[in-house]
Structure formats: structure tokens, C-alpha cells
Design a protein around this ligand. Structure first.
Ligand code: PEP
Ligand code: MG
Length: 577
């Protein structure tokens, strides 16, 4: 091994320890200048031909890998392979090299960009969407021409430690999780989408590691301790021995917790807590949950170049309802914008995207998009228990607008004689303080609510959930958050309406006893967290949980709350393993 060992720290968001080889994900390219040459063109033509060949090999590899995993996105890359062989573009690139004396990278830039712009202007959305494919192929050819490594996340070898500045849902949609040993990113925190993905898949992850892309060398042996939040490149032997023993005891604990995975979560004095699952991918596991507390429908939009139509959405929602096998499915309408962008719906850039036109605000603005999703959801409701959840509701006006549109769609289905569940419950995410403060009034109007603590905490603390510079201000255990949670729970209990928590806090074993003590009887999280959360619940009584919650509510700072929780855990009552 070359070079000294390197230690970096960040936030541990998904547990475990892993060893592997680093892959640095650099999706962006340096600017391609309009360089010309004066020497004979043959070597430039040869470079272009080599890039065509290499790109074709990469695309075939991606197609094979996605097909093997039954992923629809394989079609996108199969179509790109055809575009790569387009004769007209090929003639133009060769001409730009031979006659205009442009370097191969510059010629590809000029020709592919011209074709992309032409397509983007056409009225047919299907043809216009091909512009994105042309630009994608252009980047692929240029990476080869510039001697840069391919940036395909679908082709990583097993045992990869994936290092990135950030990962977007559209990147991770192509990942083969079985090849990823660990994830390290410069941005993100407990509630970012990379964290949610890692927890769902049980991949150790350390996020918010400052300077990771500069400090970590590519293709280097690396150990990721996602218990302490440390990343070690070229770890020394003594450290590896220590980490292996820590890894072994973590795995033993995890194994002991596994026996709770398929059991009902019941406190020692017999109070059942319903455990929901948060889903948002193709390989979600619904076997260990009592209900699905959050179906993030965004995933359907991630690896597509054009918007999925009503029928595609309907088929996917039916698949989930069928998989749930009689358990209630909480379908959340499209929640994009903010940190979640999707290629098939380009959105204008906003200065403060988290305070901007995201989620319900966006779908209320794009009624046709919202209508097609509501039609698909309502049609799927005929096939199993379902409720509809609107994200980012800031006022009862928002809720009433969404409800009115849903009723309009219902009348439309009635006229067409299409079946759906007429009494389908309509609920809201409580994640904006303005609606949290009106919880009593909201409880009067809505059928149910689910609390998005990830966003609620961001807005209560005025700290961007993705910005590592303000991570210390993002206080999940702030007494203000706890007080807010208690009031929401009381309001819904008084109204006799169901309320649950589906933010990351619900799956945090430190928080579970506190949440039960605050009154929550429904918690929803990634299936990867079910065993540990159920084990924790089976280790305390409701009375103990209430006492803990009272003490926490009397704390004045997050530090005091965390100290209280630590003391409680070290008394041994919080975790039964
Ligand atoms: C939340 O905000 O807590 C939540 C569950 O939604 P998302 O993380 O998708 O914004
Ligand atoms: Mg949210």
C-alpha cells in the first residue's frame, strides 16, 4: 500500500463497519473548449472512434446489469446505444474533425449539442426528451476522450466504498446495492435522501465528511466506521484488527435484534405499537411491518426521461398494494423540488428551494400532473386498503385545495364508471410549523396525519437539512421539537384521529422510548430499522416511557435531552438484546 493512512470524520447515519476500495464519483466534467489543431486529423479521428467503441461497451454493460436486476431503466440505455450508432451524427462529427479541425471532444460537443437543441425544440414531448439522452451520450464520449473514469454507478465492482460530494435520487436509482460496501459523502445528514437510502438498504454510511473528495484517493483500501462516523483510508493493521472486532460485536447485536424483526412491538406492560414501513424503491420489504406508513411515490419519476403516465403509475401502485397483502398503504403524492430533482420534470432554479415551490405546492401548480397521479392512486385503491397523504401542507387552505381536486377526480371516475375506494382517508404530512401550530384545527378536518420530522425540524430550527455548515443547529432532540410533537399528538388523540411519525426520528433507537412516552402509537421507518426499533420497544413499559418524556419536556436544551436519553439507556432499560 502506498502513502500514509488518512482519517476523516463525519456524521454516521447508517450503522455498521465496512471495508472496501474507494470509487470517487465525479459526475461533472471540466469545460470543453473549442480547441482546433493544425496537425493531420487521423489521430483525432482514431480517438473519436475509440470513444465510440468504449461508450458502446459501457452502455451494453449497463443494459446487461439493469436487465439482470429487472430494472425498466435498461430501456433508456438500450435507446442510447442506438443513438450512439446514428449515422448522421457520426458523419457530422467526422466532418467537424477533418474539415473544421476541431479536436474530437470539441467536435462531439458541437455536433451533439446542435442535435440536442434541435430535438429539444420539437413539440412532441417524447422526441424532445431524447435531447437529454443525446447530452448524456455526449458526456460519456467526452469522459473517454479526456481519459476520465466512467461515472456509472450501475457498473461498480463488489466491495466499493462510494465517495461523492452528494448523491441525488436520480444517481442512486441506478446503483446495484449488492456492490456497495459503504457510502461516504461531503454533504447530507441524518435525514438526507442518501441517508434514507443507506438505512433502507442497511449500507454503512458516513455523511457530511468535509473535503472527502479531495482527501480520499481513488481505488484505495478504506474502512468506514459508521458507528463512530470515521473514515480511514489505508488503515494500519492494528486499526483493522480493532475495527474487525467492533464489526463482529455490532453484527452479534444485530443478529440478536433480528429475532424481534417479525414480532409485534409491545411494551413490557402490553401496549402495542404499530410499526410502519417507509418505502420508495423497487425492492422494498413489507414483511416485517404492520402497515406502510409512507410510500414515497417520487421513486417512479427518478430514472425516467419522460413523465410516467397514469397507466404506468397505476400499475406501480397496484404492485405495492398487492405486495402489502391487505396491510394499509399510505400513498404520499409527489414530493419533489427542494433537494429532490427528477430528470423528467426540469424545475426552475430557486434561491431557497426548501422554502420554494416543492411537493404539494408544485403539484397544485401543475394540475395535470397532480390529476394523473390522483387518478392512478384512486384506481389502485380499489385493489386494497390505501390512504392518500399530501406532503408539505402549510395551511388548511392547502389541504382544502388538494381535497377539492381529489374530489373532482373522484367525480370524473364516477362518470367513467371506474371503481375506487369512496371513503379513502385523506391526510396531511405535518412538517411545516404553521400547520403544526394549528394541529387541533387540522385534526378536525383531515382524516389522519403523519409527521415528517425531517422537515419539521429543519423549519422549526431554521437549519437547512442538507447544509453541513449548520448541522449543529439542526436539533432533532430540541425541546421545541418535543413540545411540538406532544401538542400534535394531543390534538389528534382528542379528535380521535390517527397520527403517526414517518420522519427519520421514528427509526432512531435513541428516540423511540421518548416518542412512545409522548403518546405516539404508530411509528414508520425503513424496514432495515424494524428489528432494532421493535427490540427497543419490547424493553420498556409505557409508564417508564411517560416518565422519560416528562423529564425530556422539562429540559431546556438539546444537550440536556441527549444526556437524559444516554443516562436512561445506560440504565439498561432502553435496549433489549
Ligand atoms: C420528512 O420530512 O420527515 C419526511 C418523511 O419526508 P421527506 O424526508 O421525504 O421530506
Ligand atoms: Mg418531508
Amino acid at each position: 500500500m502506498d502513502g500514509a493512512s488518512i482519517r476523516l470524520t463525519g456524521i454516521a447515519v447508517s450503522g455498521g463497519i465496512a471495508f472496501g476500495h474507494t470509487f470517487l464519483y465525479h459526475p461533472e466534467l471540466p469545460e470543453i473548449r473549442c480547441d482546433r489543431f493544425e496537425t493531420p486529423p487521423e489521430p483525432h479521428i482514431a480517438a473519436y472512434e475509440h470513444s465510440l467503441h468504449a461508450a458502446a461497451e459501457q452502455l451494453s454493460g449497463i443494459c446487461r446489469s439493469l436487465q439482470a436486476r429487472g430494472r425498466d431503466a435498461a430501456q433508456i440505455f438500450a435507446a442510447q446505444l442506438e443513438i450512439l450508432q446514428d449515422e448522421e451524427m457520426d458523419i457530422c462529427v467526422r466532418g467537424a474533425i477533418a474539415e473544421e479541425r476541431l479536436t474530437a471532444a470539441a467536435a462531439v460537443e458541437q455536433v451533439y449539442e446542435q442535435f440536442a437543441q434541435l430535438l429539444a425544440q420539437t413539440a412532441d414531448p417524447l422526441i424532445a426528451a431524447r435531447a437529454a439522452d443525446i447530452r448524456d451520450i455526449k458526456l460519456r464520449l467526452q469522459r473517454v476522450l479526456l481519459g476520465l473514469e466512467s461515472a456509472d454507478l450501475s457498473l461498480l465492482p463488489p466491495g466499493t466504498v462510494l465517495v461523492a460530494r452528494d448523491l441525488f435520487p436520480s444517481d442512486t436509482a441506478l446503483l446495484d446495492p449488492s456492490c456497495i460496501a459503504a457510502i461516504v459523502t461531503e454533504l447530507g445528514n441524518q435525514t438526507s435522501h442518501t441517508a434514507i437510502l443507506a438505512k433502507g438498504l442497511g449500507i454503512p454510511a458516513v455523511l457530511a465528511v468535509r473535503g472527502a473528495m479531495e482527501a480520499i484517493p481513488p481505488h484505495t483500501v478504506c474502512a468506514v466506521d459508521a458507528l463512530s462516523g470515521e473514515v480511514f483510508c489505508r488503515p494500519e493493521e492494528a486499526l483493522c484488527v480493532h475495527l474487525r472486532s467492533k464489526q463482529a460485536s455490532f453484527q452479534e447485536d444485530a443478529l440478536r435484534q433480528q429475532k424481534y424483526r417479525y414480532r409485534q412491538a409491545v411494551t413490557t406492560d402490553g401496549v402495542p405499537i404499530e410499526i410502519g414501513v417507509n418505502i420508495g424503491g423497487q425492492n422494498d420489504d413489507l414483511a416485517s411491518c404492520d402497515y406502510c406508513g409512507l410510500f414515497r411515490t417520487e421513486f417512479l419519476f427518478l430514472d425516467r426521461q419522460i413523465l410516467p403516465d397514469e397507466q404506468t403509475q397505476f400499475a406501480e401502485y397496484c404492485r405495492v398494494v398487492e405486495q402489502a397483502d391487505g396491510k394499509l398503504v399510505t400513498l404520499r403524492t409527489l414530493d419533489i423540488g427542494g433537494d429532490k430533482s427528477v430528470p423528467c420534470l426540469p424545475l426552475p432554479k430557486e434561491d431557497n428551494p426548501f422554502l420554494g415551490c416543492r411537493a404539494l405546492r408544485l403539484t397544485l401548480n401543475r394540475r395535470e400532473l397532480f390529476r394523473s397521479q390522483l387518478r392512478a392512486a384512486l384506481r389502485a385503491s380499489a385493489y386494497g386498503p390505501m390512504q392518500i397523504l399530501y406532503p408539505m401542507v402549510g395551511s388548511l387552505t392547502d389541504f382544502r385545495r388538494a381535497k377539492a381536486l381529489t374530489r373532482e377526480v373522484m367525480r370524473e371516475l364516477d362518470t367513467e364508471g371506474v371503481p375506487y375506494r369512496r371513503d379513502i382517508p385523506l391526510g396531511i404530512m405535518i412538517e411545516i410549523p404553521s400547520i403544526a401550530l394549528l394541529a387541533d384545527m387540522a385534526a378536525d378536518e383531515v382524516d389522519f396525519a403523519s409527521i415528517g420530522t425531517n422537515d419539521l425540524c429543519q423549519y422549526l430550527c431554521a437549519a437547512d437539512r442538507l447544509n453541513p455548515a449548520v448541522a449543529e443547529y439542526y436539533e432533532t432532540f430540541s425541546p421545541a421539537v418535543l413540545r411540538c410533537l406532544r401538542e400534535i399528538c394531543r390534538a389528534f388523540d382528542r379528535a380521535g384521529k390517527p397520527v403517526s411519525i414517518c420522519g427519520e426520528m421514528a427509526g432512531d433507537t435513541r428516540a423511540v422510548k421518548l416518542l412512545v412516552g409522548l403518546g405516539y402509537r404508530r411509528l414508520s421507518m425503513s424496514s432495515g430499522q424494524h428489528a432494532a426499533v421493535k427490540a427497543a420497544i419490547c424493553g420498556f413499559s409505557l409508564e417508564e416511557a411517560r416518565v422519560l418524556a416528562e423529564k425530556a419536556l422539562a429540559c431546556r436544551t438539546q444537550e440536556e435531552v441527549l444526556r437524559l436519553l444516554d443516562e436512561d439507556r445506560s440504565c439498561g432499560s432502553a435496549l433489549l438484546v
